[in-house]
Design a protein around this ligand. Structure first.
Ligand code: NAP
Length: 248
């Protein structure tokens, strides 16, 4: 039996892409899974994957940047499952354009979802996890938060913020046996990257030593490691999953 059997995991932005792959992987390892996305009906496909793995699943509709909605989700998870062992802060958006053209709204939107959303969910689960004296939180950052990117100053700042939040929360929660780590994916094939123009994709590919784009499962595997017991002596760390695009 896996050491994750019966653990309760909460995954944000779980309707598709990396979040869906993470939720599926956790269920296959034996976790019961609470799913969160903007619209509950978009979670139907992910629900099917969790049920196929034979685990309990429950959907929560919330905008991760809304403090009251986040509190309601975590209260709901505690009522439904009685505990929360794993939080995956995955929901994220991009609104790309060069800084001189970027509107205040596009700046605020990306910071709100990617950074504030991660703060709100981390804060909301911190109390029950500290009480339990156990818990793991994995934040989905990005290599762009480490190296920056022209046309993504809002996104880069949000993900750099997620990394700093990860390290600070890790220091605050370590004594209660709650670990907080992050993954920093490179170029992963999802709806988020689908829209990129061909010349940008070509440029990206040239910068990837492994010569291929990543799949959501590549990220999910590393998230699973950070969420589980095999990483028991790691906290405040950032693992890149990028085919060698960034080497720290
Ligand atoms: P995706 O395919 O766009 O999926 C993101 C999910 O998050 C969608 O289901 C989306 O719902 C949901 N979401 C967006 N805003 C939300 C909000 N305010 N509240 C709740 N849910 C919300 O993206 P992805 O590529 O899987 O990315 C997942 C994470 O990985 C993000 O944090 C992203 O920044 C990070 N990442 C991705 C890549 C990559 O190359 N793909 C690289 C590095 C990091 P909607 O249907 O409403 O959009």
């Amino acid at each position: 039996m896996s050491t994750m059997t019966g653990k309760v995991a909460l995954v944000t932005g779980a309707a598709r892409g990396i979040g869906q792959a993470i939720a599926k992987k956790l269920a296959l390892e034996g976790c019961d899974v609470a799913l969160c996305d903007l619209k509950a009906e978009w979670l139907a496909e992910t629900v099917g994957l969790i049920e196929a793995a034979g685990r309990k699943v429950k959907c929560f509709e919330a905008d991760v940047s809304n403090a009251a909605a986040v509190e309601t989700v975590v209260d709901g998870v505690m009522k439904e499952f009685g505990r929360v062992d794993i939080l995956i802060n995955n929901a994220g958006i991009t609104k790309d354009t060069l800084m001189i053209r970027m509107s205040e709204q596009d700046w605020d939107a990306v910071i709100s979802v990617n950074l504030k959303g991660t703060f709100l969910f981390t804060k909301a689960v911190a109390r029950p996890m500290m009480k339990q004296r156990t818990g793991t939180i994995v934040n989905v950052a990005s290599i762009i938060g480490l190296i920056g990117n022209a046309g993504q100053c809002n996104y880069a700042a949000s993900k750099a913020g997620v990394i700093a939040l990860t390290k600070s929360a890790a220091r605050e929660l370590a004594s209660r046996n709650v670990r907080v780590n992050a993954v920093a994916p490179g170029f992963i094939q999802t709806k988020m990257t689908e829209a990129l123009p061909e010349e940008v994709r070509k440029k990206m590919m040239d910068a990837i030593p492994m010569g291929r784009f990543g799949q959501p499962e590549d990220v999910a595997n590393v998230v699973l490691f950070l969420a589980g017991e095999t990483s028991s002596y790691m906290t405040g760390q950032v693992l890149t999953v990028c085919g060698g695009m960034v080497m720290q």
